[in-house]
Design a protein around this ligand. Structure first.
Ligand code: DGJ
Length: 552
């Protein structure tokens, strides 16, 4: 325990103190940029973090509407909102149709302007490559691709109907996309290789086949009749103990065959169609990513549209980078660093948990902006997420006072502590709502019982239903904790369970100013229910620092 804590505190010093030092010495920010390596992913304990300018970076992100980044004039009104929301990163599409309007003629002036504006606003960029696929469809393919179906063939339904989806079974399609993507990455390296405003890349957007589980064009039919690739079979044999339940079930249904066609190895039906299709989507996307990484090896991920309850493959975008297909994507796409969920459904915690397996790096590239920003606290503390990003971010009214702006303000203050604690076991997140109103957390020598504020009779009930609240606890020394978030009542017990009691030695609300804690009110009396609990009211985002002690 002591060793773990010492290691954790020295990490905090490295991140917190070094950041404070850089910020406080004039001119050193420029020095830090000029000397940095390119953005990369780096493991810390069980967490995978994004590292920018050689320092771990936490993405407080937002994604504008799909068409916003196609016009600098439109974006001129968006940048101030992003600043008011306290974002540090914008997730922004680069559109294939606009960067290569004629084959082989590339233009990146729009991107250059947007990168300049992001720099002026102090924001990093995650580039979203709207290439072959955007929400299943190929609407961002340039018109010279769309209009030449002989050369750039389409996917087809079972009854032979062409759909506006470029088939992944065509080398022409794949090569055209990867040439454009490679040009993009070459350009980004040329103009940004030093300053690293562009920190990460999403390859394609919400890949997945609709309205059927798989493609039925002639090339797809041929591929479906062929043997399952040896690489996939080798992968599933090697990783047989950690395969997703669904993949293990399909493979098990045929007696775990080690050779054969897709149907011989995985059985028939939509599950097999989806496995087959995901292999081919992933191979294609990997080829595109590899071409880009050859030019500039930034971290690259893919995002997934999730599954509506009761939907079958094809009703939902089949074969995308979903948790039950993670093994297939991993085997097929070694140049994709991780798979990320776009969470528009209410079960935020459930979906996030499904993606947190086998070392998959965690990031939430899209979320409904109306969902509680408590989700971000939870994702970063409970699942070591490197970032969070609500969609259509410019639609938020009164950004500075919005719940996202206020939540991000607190997360910004806590960033050095969060980054120091991720993956070390010294931090926990909690998310409370109607179905889950209590969480129990053990950290160090204490057990924390975290309850939704509506379970406490004296709390102000601002809403008729039970809104989502949540936050995080970070242990910074033996009996010292920061608790941050909204709408919770926390009580304390020793984790020993040996009959000792835990009490509050002292508790302050406060803020971090340039990385240093500045205490405000001493929270006692009615504010801590005469020493019984810590309370963060709903609708506000705050931080309290608590020292605990034990007594008999
Ligand atoms: C998910 C997509 O990835 C976004 O680009 C956007 O289309 C949203 N859906 C709209 O809700």
């Amino acid at each position: 325990m002591t060793q773990q804590l010492t290691a954790h505190l020295s990490r905090l010093c490295r991140i917190g103190v070094v950041c404070m030092w850089i910020l406080s010495v004039p001119g050193t920010a420029v020095l830090a940029q000029g000397t940095s390596g390119i953005p990369r992913l780096q493991k810390q304990g069980t967490a995978m973090q994004l590292v920018v300018h050689d320092t771990p970076f936490l993405i407080l992100g937002g994604e504008p509407g799909n068409s916003s980044a196609s016009d600098v004039h439109y974006m001129a009104s968006v940048w101030p909102k992003l600043r008011a929301l306290r974002l540090n990163t914008v997730l922004m599409p680069v559109y294939w149709e606009l960067v290569e309007p004629r084959e082989g003629r590339f233009g990146f002036a729009l991107l250059d302007d947007l990168i300049d504006s992001a720099r002026t606003s102090g924001l990093k960029i995650v580039v979203l490559w709207f290439g072959s696929w955007k929400n299943s469809m190929s609407c961002y393919a340039p018109s010279w691709v769309k209009t030449n179906q002989e050369r750039f063939p389409r996917s087809r339904t079972g009854d032979g109907k062409a759909i506006e989806i470029l088939t992944p079974f065509s080398d022409e399609n794949r090569d055209a996309d990867s040439r454009a993507f490679a040009e993009l990455m070459k350009h980004v390296r040329a103009i940004d290789g030093e300053k690293n405003t562009v920190a990460m890349i999403q390859v394609e957007n919400e890949i997945g086949m609709i309205p059927e589980a798989r493609d039925h064009c002639a090339e797809a039919e041929e591929a479906f009749a062929r043997q399952v690739p040896a690489e996939l079979l080798a992968y599933i044999q090697k990783n047989k103990d950690s395969l997703s339940e669904e993949l293990r079930h399909a493979w098990g249904s045929t007696g775990m065959k080690t050779s054969g066609t897709w149907e011989q190895v995985f059985g028939g039906g939509p599950a097999t169609d989806e496995i087959f299709m995901s292999w081919h989507f992933a191979r294609y996307t990997d080829y595109v990513a590899q071409a880009g990484k050859k030019e500039y090896p930034l971290p690259m991920y893919v995002n997934a549209a999730l599954i509506r309850p009761g939907y079958n493959p094809g009703q939902y975008p089949s074969a995308g980078p979903l948790p039950h297909l993670m093994d297939v994507w991993r085997a097929a796409a070694p140049h994709i660093d991780f798979l990320a969920p776009d969470i528009y459904f209410p079960d935020f915690a459930g979906w996030l948990g499904k993606f947190d397996r086998d070392g998959n790096a965690m990031f939430v590239p899209e979320v409904d902006r109306r969902q509680s920003v408590a989700n971000a606290f939870y994702a970063m503390a409970r699942h070591n997420a490197m970032g969070y990003s609500p969609f259509s971010i410019e639609s938020i009214d009164d950004p500075a006072h919005s719940q996202i702006g206020r939540g991000y303000d607190v997360l910004r203050q806590l960033t050095p502590l969060i980054l120091g604690a991720q993956g070390t076991g010294s931090m926990a997140g909690f998310l409370l709502d109607g179905p889950a109103q209590t969480a129990t957390i053990t950290l160090g020598d204490y057990r924390f019982t975290v309850k939704h504020e509506y379970t406490w009779p004296y709390a102000v009930r601002a809403q008729a239903d039970t809104p989502r609240y949540g936050g995080m606890i970070i242990m910074t020394a033996k009996d010292e904790f920061y608790i941050a978030g909204s709408g919770v009542v926390v009580t304390f017990q020793p984790s020993s369970g040996d009959g000792t009691n835990a009490g509050i030695a002292s508790m302050d609300e406060g803020v971090f100013v340039n990385g240093s804690w500045v205490a405000g009110r001493r929270m006692n009396g009615d504010e801590d229910h005469q020493g019984r609990h810590m309370y963060l009211p709903g609708g506000e985002y705050g931080i309290q620092k608590v020292h605990l002690y034990t007594y008999r």
